[in-house]
Design a protein around this ligand. Structure first.
Ligand SMILES: [Zn+2]
Length: 305
């Protein structure tokens, strides 16, 4: 198995262990939704009878270790839609996922031991003992909406750092710590470049030193753009969700976007979250991109909310 694939498989398998641990800790009324692997580990979304806080992290990690030590087999079963709906009849999110599957989709369920089952395509490890050498740690818990929709259930998303061994986890934690020490929100005020005020969260007040630096960077950027025959434009900082749907932000980051209602009931506007799509839009709209490529750049502000 390729290293990258191995990483994905065990991170995702740990997400199942996380779900099993949370159910054992919080009881059968736990509703569990999805648990993908991500860049430095995995997460799982739950609706729980109690709020998870940092003081619960160790308890969850210990339970996961206890489960892994059981060395349980992971078994896969292919089931019909009706069987899947019966198995997950008490799980509203799984039921919805099953109902949304295309008619001819092969449905597979995975057991970890004989008491935890999840709806999943796999692949996974085939026995929990393969996770014994891995290193993981609960990273955080945050609120998330089911399917990113603020009108749907609010869930608790538990994030896990997961690495092949302790050394790599420690290296990653060190990297995170150092990154936090270099956090611009900390360095900016320290170096008297900019400051924040509660009246404009996420938007800096540039101080004289910082503003000089800012202007110098803009100047440099313009020189480089000129050199490469880019032309500068200025794009709107607020767009409606049509743009964010095209860019993919709506599907992935809607929970973290600053949304304001538009003029129609269906319209929602959002502040520019990253600088790219708005710049590309003029090229897409005028339809001449293929024949006469326009080289454009914009130096618009970005907002962190
Ligand atoms: Zn899975």
């Amino acid at each position: 198995m390729e290293k990258e694939q191995f990483l994905q498989v065990y991170r995702h398998s740990l997400a199942h262990i996380l779900a099993k641990a949370v159910i054992e800790l919080y009881g059968p009324e736990v509703q569990y939704a999805i648990g993908p692997q991500i860049a430095d580990g995995c997460y799982y979304d739950f609706v729980l009878p109690a709020a998870v806080t940092e003081s619960d992290f160790k308890k969850i990690e210990d339970k996961m270790r206890e489960i892994i030590k059981r060395r349980e087999d992971w078994t896969v079963q292919e089931v019909s839609r009706d069987q899947a709906l019966e198995i997950f009849k008490d799980q509203k999110f799984k039921t919805e996922l099953i109902q949304d599957l295309p008619e001819d989709e092969k449905i597979t369920i995975y057991y970890t031991g004989d008491d935890f089952v999840d709806l999943c395509r796999g692949p996974h490890i085939d026995n929990s003992q393969l996770l014994m050498s891995t290193a993981f740690q609960v990273k955080s818990v945050s609120g998330a909406y089911w399917r990113g929709d603020e009108h749907r259930d609010q869930m608790q998303r538990i994030y896990l750092y997961a690495f092949p061994d302790q050394k790599q986890l420690k290296e990653h934690l060190k990297f995170i710590k150092e990154a936090m020490e270099r956090d611009h929100k900390k360095l900016g005020p320290q170096l008297e470049l900019f400051m924040f005020n509660e009246t404009a969260q996420g938007m800096p007040y540039w101080l004289p030193r910082g503003w000089k630096l800012y202007q110098a960077l803009i100047q440099y950027s313009r020189e480089v753009q000129d050199m490469h025959e880019y032309e500068e434009i200025s794009a709107p900082v607020i767009n409606n969700n049509k743009l964010w749907i095209i860019s993919g932000h709506w599907a992935h980051y809607v929970n973290n976007m600053f949304i304001v209602p538009g003029k129609d009931q269906d319209e929602q506007l959002s502040i520019e979250a990253v600088d790219t799509m708005a710049d590309e839009l003029p090229q897409r709209d005028d339809g001449v991109q293929e024949e006469t490529p326009l080289l454009q750049g914009a130096s618009d502000p970005l907002f962190r909310i």
